[in-house]
Design a protein around this ligand. Structure first.
Ligand SMILES: [Zn+2]
Length: 305
Protein backbone atom coordinates (compact mmCIF):
# COMPACT_ATOMS: atom_id res chain seq x y z
CA UNK A 1 0.00 0.00 0.00
CA UNK A 2 1.24 3.49 -0.67
CA UNK A 3 0.76 6.51 1.52
CA UNK A 4 -0.37 9.90 0.24
CA UNK A 5 0.90 13.46 0.71
CA UNK A 6 -0.71 16.79 -0.07
CA UNK A 7 1.75 19.48 -1.27
CA UNK A 8 2.00 22.76 0.65
CA UNK A 9 3.11 25.35 -1.89
CA UNK A 10 2.94 28.63 0.05
CA UNK A 11 4.58 29.81 3.25
CA UNK A 12 2.07 29.51 6.09
CA UNK A 13 3.33 32.76 7.63
CA UNK A 14 3.75 35.21 4.71
CA UNK A 15 2.32 33.42 1.67
CA UNK A 16 5.74 33.45 -0.05
CA UNK A 17 6.46 30.85 -2.74
CA UNK A 18 10.29 30.87 -2.72
CA UNK A 19 10.69 27.73 -0.61
CA UNK A 20 14.15 26.11 -0.47
CA UNK A 21 14.82 22.60 0.94
CA UNK A 22 16.70 22.57 4.25
CA UNK A 23 16.37 19.07 5.54
CA UNK A 24 14.59 15.76 4.95
CA UNK A 25 12.20 14.49 7.63
CA UNK A 26 11.73 10.75 8.03
CA UNK A 27 8.63 8.92 9.29
CA UNK A 28 9.04 6.02 11.72
CA UNK A 29 5.64 5.08 13.12
CA UNK A 30 5.89 1.30 13.37
CA UNK A 31 4.96 1.49 17.07
CA UNK A 32 1.40 2.22 15.85
CA UNK A 33 1.23 -1.06 13.84
CA UNK A 34 -1.46 -2.50 16.15
CA UNK A 35 -3.17 0.68 17.39
CA UNK A 36 -3.46 2.39 13.96
CA UNK A 37 -2.18 0.42 10.92
CA UNK A 38 -2.84 3.19 8.30
CA UNK A 39 -0.71 5.57 10.40
CA UNK A 40 2.14 3.07 10.77
CA UNK A 41 2.26 2.66 6.97
CA UNK A 42 3.97 6.07 6.76
CA UNK A 43 7.11 4.45 8.21
CA UNK A 44 10.01 4.89 5.79
CA UNK A 45 8.43 7.82 3.90
CA UNK A 46 10.24 11.16 3.84
CA UNK A 47 9.20 14.77 3.28
CA UNK A 48 11.32 17.90 2.70
CA UNK A 49 11.40 20.72 5.20
CA UNK A 50 11.61 23.96 3.23
CA UNK A 51 12.57 27.49 4.27
CA UNK A 52 10.75 30.59 3.03
CA UNK A 53 13.10 33.03 1.28
CA UNK A 54 10.77 35.88 2.24
CA UNK A 55 10.31 35.52 6.03
CA UNK A 56 12.66 32.73 7.23
CA UNK A 57 9.88 30.40 8.40
CA UNK A 58 10.35 26.67 7.65
CA UNK A 59 7.62 24.09 7.10
CA UNK A 60 7.03 20.75 5.34
CA UNK A 61 6.82 20.72 1.54
CA UNK A 62 3.83 18.37 1.92
CA UNK A 63 1.53 17.01 4.61
CA UNK A 64 0.35 13.41 5.06
CA UNK A 65 -2.97 12.86 3.28
CA UNK A 66 -4.26 10.45 5.96
CA UNK A 67 -7.28 12.17 7.62
CA UNK A 68 -6.51 13.47 11.14
CA UNK A 69 -2.88 12.36 10.83
CA UNK A 70 -1.67 14.54 13.72
CA UNK A 71 -4.52 13.75 16.11
CA UNK A 72 -3.88 10.05 15.44
CA UNK A 73 -0.15 10.42 16.06
CA UNK A 74 -0.76 12.30 19.33
CA UNK A 75 -3.30 9.70 20.51
CA UNK A 76 -0.74 8.35 22.95
CA UNK A 77 -2.04 5.93 25.57
CA UNK A 78 0.14 7.12 28.44
CA UNK A 79 0.17 5.27 31.76
CA UNK A 80 -1.33 6.89 34.86
CA UNK A 81 2.09 6.81 36.53
CA UNK A 82 3.75 8.64 33.64
CA UNK A 83 1.09 11.37 33.66
CA UNK A 84 1.48 11.86 37.41
CA UNK A 85 5.26 12.12 36.98
CA UNK A 86 4.76 14.75 34.28
CA UNK A 87 2.60 16.74 36.68
CA UNK A 88 5.26 16.59 39.40
CA UNK A 89 8.28 17.12 37.10
CA UNK A 90 10.12 20.42 37.59
CA UNK A 91 12.01 20.59 34.27
CA UNK A 92 9.74 23.31 32.84
CA UNK A 93 9.31 25.35 36.03
CA UNK A 94 11.77 28.07 34.95
CA UNK A 95 9.78 28.51 31.73
CA UNK A 96 6.47 28.70 33.57
CA UNK A 97 7.78 31.21 36.13
CA UNK A 98 9.23 33.38 33.36
CA UNK A 99 5.94 33.44 31.43
CA UNK A 100 3.84 34.24 34.50
CA UNK A 101 6.11 37.08 35.59
CA UNK A 102 6.15 38.58 32.08
CA UNK A 103 2.34 38.40 31.97
CA UNK A 104 2.05 39.87 35.45
CA UNK A 105 3.97 42.93 34.21
CA UNK A 106 1.77 43.31 31.12
CA UNK A 107 -1.77 42.43 32.19
CA UNK A 108 -3.64 44.86 34.50
CA UNK A 109 -4.44 43.54 37.98
CA UNK A 110 -8.03 42.35 38.12
CA UNK A 111 -7.77 40.76 34.67
CA UNK A 112 -6.63 37.27 35.52
CA UNK A 113 -8.68 34.89 33.33
CA UNK A 114 -6.12 32.61 31.64
CA UNK A 115 -6.50 29.73 29.17
CA UNK A 116 -3.56 27.35 28.73
CA UNK A 117 -3.82 25.67 25.32
CA UNK A 118 -2.34 22.17 25.41
CA UNK A 119 -2.43 22.03 29.20
CA UNK A 120 -1.00 18.48 29.33
CA UNK A 121 -0.75 17.15 32.92
CA UNK A 122 -1.62 20.56 34.41
CA UNK A 123 1.63 21.65 36.06
CA UNK A 124 1.50 25.14 34.50
CA UNK A 125 -2.17 25.49 35.52
CA UNK A 126 -1.35 24.55 39.11
CA UNK A 127 1.46 27.16 39.20
CA UNK A 128 -0.73 29.83 37.62
CA UNK A 129 -3.60 29.21 40.05
CA UNK A 130 -1.24 29.42 43.03
CA UNK A 131 -0.14 32.87 41.86
CA UNK A 132 -3.64 34.28 41.48
CA UNK A 133 -4.63 33.45 37.90
CA UNK A 134 -8.11 32.04 37.22
CA UNK A 135 -6.54 29.44 34.97
CA UNK A 136 -8.37 26.96 32.73
CA UNK A 137 -6.98 24.40 30.30
CA UNK A 138 -7.68 23.14 26.78
CA UNK A 139 -6.41 19.61 26.16
CA UNK A 140 -7.03 16.99 23.47
CA UNK A 141 -5.75 13.92 25.33
CA UNK A 142 -8.57 12.56 27.54
CA UNK A 143 -6.25 10.97 30.11
CA UNK A 144 -4.05 14.01 30.73
CA UNK A 145 -7.14 16.27 30.70
CA UNK A 146 -8.85 14.18 33.40
CA UNK A 147 -5.68 14.04 35.48
CA UNK A 148 -5.09 17.80 35.25
CA UNK A 149 -8.68 18.58 36.25
CA UNK A 150 -8.47 16.32 39.31
CA UNK A 151 -4.99 17.54 40.33
CA UNK A 152 -5.61 21.28 39.97
CA UNK A 153 -9.36 21.81 40.35
CA UNK A 154 -9.19 23.86 37.14
CA UNK A 155 -11.80 23.52 34.40
CA UNK A 156 -10.18 21.58 31.53
CA UNK A 157 -11.95 21.85 28.19
CA UNK A 158 -11.60 18.76 26.00
CA UNK A 159 -10.58 19.42 22.39
CA UNK A 160 -8.25 21.56 20.31
CA UNK A 161 -8.31 25.18 19.10
CA UNK A 162 -10.40 24.27 16.08
CA UNK A 163 -13.15 22.60 18.15
CA UNK A 164 -13.13 24.88 21.20
CA UNK A 165 -14.65 28.35 21.11
CA UNK A 166 -14.84 31.11 23.68
CA UNK A 167 -15.80 34.59 22.58
CA UNK A 168 -13.59 37.15 24.35
CA UNK A 169 -13.72 35.11 27.57
CA UNK A 170 -10.04 35.32 28.56
CA UNK A 171 -7.45 37.97 29.41
CA UNK A 172 -4.51 35.70 28.53
CA UNK A 173 -4.01 32.68 26.26
CA UNK A 174 -0.78 30.72 26.67
CA UNK A 175 0.64 28.33 24.04
CA UNK A 176 3.77 26.73 25.50
CA UNK A 177 5.42 24.07 23.30
CA UNK A 178 2.22 23.84 21.26
CA UNK A 179 2.43 26.07 18.17
CA UNK A 180 5.34 24.14 16.62
CA UNK A 181 3.11 21.04 16.41
CA UNK A 182 0.01 22.30 14.54
CA UNK A 183 -0.01 22.88 10.74
CA UNK A 184 -0.92 26.36 9.47
CA UNK A 185 0.05 28.23 12.65
CA UNK A 186 -1.64 31.51 11.63
CA UNK A 187 -5.02 29.74 11.70
CA UNK A 188 -4.23 28.72 15.30
CA UNK A 189 -3.22 32.27 16.29
CA UNK A 190 -6.35 33.66 14.58
CA UNK A 191 -8.54 31.22 16.44
CA UNK A 192 -7.11 31.90 19.90
CA UNK A 193 -7.26 35.67 19.27
CA UNK A 194 -11.06 35.25 19.38
CA UNK A 195 -10.82 33.83 22.90
CA UNK A 196 -9.20 37.06 24.13
CA UNK A 197 -11.08 40.07 25.41
CA UNK A 198 -9.90 43.38 23.85
CA UNK A 199 -6.55 44.28 25.41
CA UNK A 200 -5.87 40.62 26.28
CA UNK A 201 -2.49 39.02 25.75
CA UNK A 202 -1.14 35.95 23.93
CA UNK A 203 2.05 34.22 25.17
CA UNK A 204 3.75 31.80 22.77
CA UNK A 205 6.80 29.62 23.40
CA UNK A 206 8.35 27.70 20.49
CA UNK A 207 11.80 26.37 19.60
CA UNK A 208 14.01 28.83 17.68
CA UNK A 209 14.24 27.10 14.28
CA UNK A 210 17.58 28.49 12.99
CA UNK A 211 19.29 28.03 16.40
CA UNK A 212 18.01 24.44 16.73
CA UNK A 213 19.31 23.65 13.22
CA UNK A 214 22.78 24.90 14.14
CA UNK A 215 22.71 22.88 17.37
CA UNK A 216 21.78 19.73 15.43
CA UNK A 217 24.57 20.37 12.88
CA UNK A 218 27.10 20.72 15.70
CA UNK A 219 25.84 17.49 17.27
CA UNK A 220 26.12 15.69 13.93
CA UNK A 221 29.69 16.97 13.50
CA UNK A 222 30.66 15.75 16.97
CA UNK A 223 28.98 12.36 16.73
CA UNK A 224 29.62 10.36 13.55
CA UNK A 225 26.44 8.60 12.45
CA UNK A 226 24.14 11.04 14.30
CA UNK A 227 21.19 12.03 12.14
CA UNK A 228 19.46 15.40 12.85
CA UNK A 229 15.90 14.53 13.87
CA UNK A 230 14.24 17.91 14.37
CA UNK A 231 11.31 17.24 12.09
CA UNK A 232 11.00 13.44 12.04
CA UNK A 233 7.36 12.27 11.97
CA UNK A 234 6.67 16.00 11.49
CA UNK A 235 6.57 16.27 15.28
CA UNK A 236 7.79 19.83 14.69
CA UNK A 237 5.78 21.01 11.73
CA UNK A 238 6.49 24.75 12.18
CA UNK A 239 10.04 26.08 12.49
CA UNK A 240 9.89 29.76 13.51
CA UNK A 241 12.70 32.28 13.33
CA UNK A 242 12.38 35.36 15.57
CA UNK A 243 11.34 37.42 12.54
CA UNK A 244 8.72 34.97 11.26
CA UNK A 245 7.16 34.59 14.72
CA UNK A 246 6.84 38.38 15.01
CA UNK A 247 5.36 38.52 11.51
CA UNK A 248 2.79 35.78 12.24
CA UNK A 249 1.52 37.66 15.32
CA UNK A 250 1.44 41.02 13.48
CA UNK A 251 -0.44 39.49 10.57
CA UNK A 252 -3.16 38.30 12.97
CA UNK A 253 -3.59 41.79 14.41
CA UNK A 254 -1.51 41.63 17.60
CA UNK A 255 0.26 44.78 18.78
CA UNK A 256 2.97 45.61 21.37
CA UNK A 257 4.71 42.41 20.23
CA UNK A 258 7.90 41.34 21.99
CA UNK A 259 9.97 38.32 20.91
CA UNK A 260 12.70 37.36 23.39
CA UNK A 261 14.90 34.34 24.12
CA UNK A 262 12.78 31.71 25.87
CA UNK A 263 13.79 30.25 29.22
CA UNK A 264 15.29 26.74 28.85
CA UNK A 265 14.05 23.35 30.02
CA UNK A 266 16.17 22.05 32.87
CA UNK A 267 17.38 18.47 32.39
CA UNK A 268 18.18 16.29 35.44
CA UNK A 269 21.98 16.43 35.01
CA UNK A 270 23.51 19.35 36.96
CA UNK A 271 26.18 20.07 34.32
CA UNK A 272 23.57 20.32 31.56
CA UNK A 273 21.46 22.66 33.70
CA UNK A 274 24.46 24.90 34.29
CA UNK A 275 25.28 25.11 30.57
CA UNK A 276 21.68 26.04 29.76
CA UNK A 277 21.58 28.72 32.46
CA UNK A 278 24.87 30.18 31.26
CA UNK A 279 23.64 30.29 27.65
CA UNK A 280 20.29 31.80 28.61
CA UNK A 281 21.65 34.80 30.51
CA UNK A 282 23.36 36.44 27.48
CA UNK A 283 20.65 35.14 25.11
CA UNK A 284 18.07 37.20 27.03
CA UNK A 285 20.28 40.16 27.93
CA UNK A 286 22.47 40.93 24.90
CA UNK A 287 21.11 42.88 21.94
CA UNK A 288 21.13 40.66 18.84
CA UNK A 289 21.67 37.40 20.77
CA UNK A 290 18.12 36.39 19.88
CA UNK A 291 19.43 35.74 16.36
CA UNK A 292 22.29 33.46 17.51
CA UNK A 293 22.38 29.80 18.62
CA UNK A 294 22.41 31.01 22.26
CA UNK A 295 18.65 31.50 21.96
CA UNK A 296 17.43 27.93 21.48
CA UNK A 297 13.84 28.91 22.28
CA UNK A 298 11.63 31.88 21.51
CA UNK A 299 9.10 33.48 23.81
CA UNK A 300 6.66 35.98 22.32
CA UNK A 301 3.94 38.23 23.74
CA UNK A 302 1.34 40.23 21.87
CA UNK A 303 -1.69 42.29 22.78
CA UNK A 304 -5.07 42.00 21.13
CA UNK A 305 -6.24 45.42 19.96
ZN1 LIG B 1 7.31 33.23 4.62
Amino acid sequence: MSVTFIPVDRCWVCGGTRLAPLHSALFELSEYATQDPPLSEYSGATVSIVECGECGFAQPAALPGLPNFFDRMYDQRWSDDWIEEEHRATYKDAIFADILSALDRRVPAGRRRLLDVGSHAGRFLATARKTGWQAEGLELNPKTAAFAAAATGAPIHRGNVHTFDADAAFDVVTLTDVLEHIPDPRSVIRRVARYLAPGGWIAVKVPNGPAQRIKERVRAALRPGYRPTLADNLVHVNHFSPRSLQRALEAEGFTSIAVVAGAPEMPPAAAARLIRRLAFIPARALPGALHTPLALNLQAYGRRA
